[in-house]
Design a protein around this ligand. Structure first.
Ligand code: RB5
Length: 149
């Protein structure tokens, strides 16, 4: 399978159930899901899981990534420390579409203690079905990557 439908999923302990629901949902749509865990519910540290998923995307192994923690915030902050990662936390479908269309986000973060499963899956669908519009947005995204430019 090409990298184009390959997506990495990761979470901390707060979001294991929602991560599995997302994995089932998008696998059924034909996505090649690389679920890097964790698989057991012990308390763990979200930065290492966010970074691990981000490295899969930054390396080109996976085209996109979805990461989850309690709020979606901490794991997003960790992922965005990896060069080339543009990750946004979304609790609504409009933002999920727009971070693809305008920001060329390559990762989505969800808060399992913020959104219920039904909304989370709609957010995932909005993110995965949107495409980057390029043009003036490409100029701005380039400025994120090279802030001195
Ligand atoms: C874990 O209790 C919680 O802090 C974490 O899941 C996340 O919400 C951090 O941003």
């Amino acid at each position: 399978m090409t990298a184009s439908k390959r997506i990495v999923l990761s979470s901390d302990h707060a979001a294991i159930d929602l991560r599995r629901a997302v994995a089932d949902h998008i696998s059924a749509q034909g996505w090649d899901v690389v679920d890097i865990g964790p698989q057991t519910p012990e308390s763990t540290h979200y930065p290492k899981h966010g970074r691990a998923a981000a490295e899969r995307v930054a390396s080109g192994d996976c085209r996109l990534g979805i990461i989850l923690c309690g709020t979606g915030q901490g794991i997003m902050m960790a992922a965005n420390k990896v060069v080339g990662i543009r990750c946004g936390v979304c609790s609504d479908t409009f933002s999920a579409r727009m971070i693809r269309m305008h920001n060329n986000a390559n990762m989505l973060s969800l808060g399992a203690r913020v959104v219920g499963e039904g909304l989370a899956l709609d957010i995932v669908d909005a993110f995965l079905s949107a495409e980057f519009e390029g043009g003036r947005h490409a100029t701005r995204v380039d400025m994120i990557e090279t802030p001195e430019g």
